[in-house]
Design a protein around this ligand. Structure first.
Ligand code: AP5
Ligand code: MG
Length: 192
């Protein structure tokens, strides 16, 4: 099984690269952002609570995410070739929980970190905001999401560096060039 934890700042290309990886390697994709937006769209009480956090660019609580991931891993089909976790973990406690969960399901994973310059992140998200309809794709919220990323998510790089499965990627290039780097990492890791 090939399992990938795909990390990176807002707009770094997690969703875009997930599609390429899925198509090339036949993996399953879980975007925690998509799961949360689906809950909002359902109109549930929980969705209203989540909306208040996401639309301001804040993270939802760690314990809420834990159940989502546990449930997802528990229900993977038997013939699953592997998974891409897009947007999870986003805090060090989430990374610690994920290590425990992967152990529970006898899985391991590599962490691919998409590194992109801040100006480029802002440009990409402003551009996407013209058509995405996402409540968090406006300049103020984008800046706040990037600050939240620096404060809460960036430290997980050290966590994975320490655990020996950290794979940085220069995400400043074209979609195709970034994917070539990811492909190189996957081929290298699957040969091990
Ligand atoms: P989420 O939906 O994950 O949003 P995000 O992390 O802010 O990232 P984006 O989806 O905006 O960007 P992306 O990296 O997927 O880039 P994309 O490929 O779309 O999370 C939303 C919210 O949910 C969070 O803020 C939080 O509130 C909550 N949440 C989610 N997970 C959570 C968790 N684990 N814990 C707590 N809260 C959680 O690309 C962006 C744009 O750039 C696109 O238009 C694309 O076409 C373009 N693009 C991509 N790559 C390139 C390239 N190489 N060159 C040029 N353009 C490119
Ligand atoms: Mg995304």
């Amino acid at each position: 099984m090939l399992n990938i934890i795909l990390c990176g700042a807002p707009g770094s290309g997690k969703g875009t690269q997930s599609q390429y990886i899925m198509e090339k390697f036949g993996l399953q994709h879980l975007s925690t952002g998509d799961v949360l937006r689906a809950e909002i769209a359902s109109g549930s009480k929980l969705g209203v609570h989540i909306d208040a956090l996401i639309s301001r660019g804040n993270l939802v609580p760690d314990d809420m995410m834990y159940g989502v991931i546990d449930n997802y891993l528990r229900n993977l089909p038997k013939d699953c070739k592997g998974i891409i976790l897009d947007g999870y973990p986003r805090t060090v406690p989430q990374a610690e929980s994920l290590t425990e969960l992967l152990k529970k399901y006898k899985m391991d994973a590599i962490m691919i970190d998409l590194l992109v310059d801040e100006q480029l992140l802002i440009q990409r998200l402003i551009e996407r905001g013209k058509v995405s309809g996402r409540a968090d794709d406006n300049l103020n919220t984008i800046r706040h999401r990037i600050a939240v990323y620096h404060n809460q998510t960036e430290p997980i790089a050290h966590y994975y560096l320490h655990h020996g499965n950290y794979c940085p990627v220069n995400g400043n290039h074209s979609v195709e060039d970034v994917f070539l780097q990811i492909e190189g990492i996957i081929k290298r890791e699957t040969k091990k």
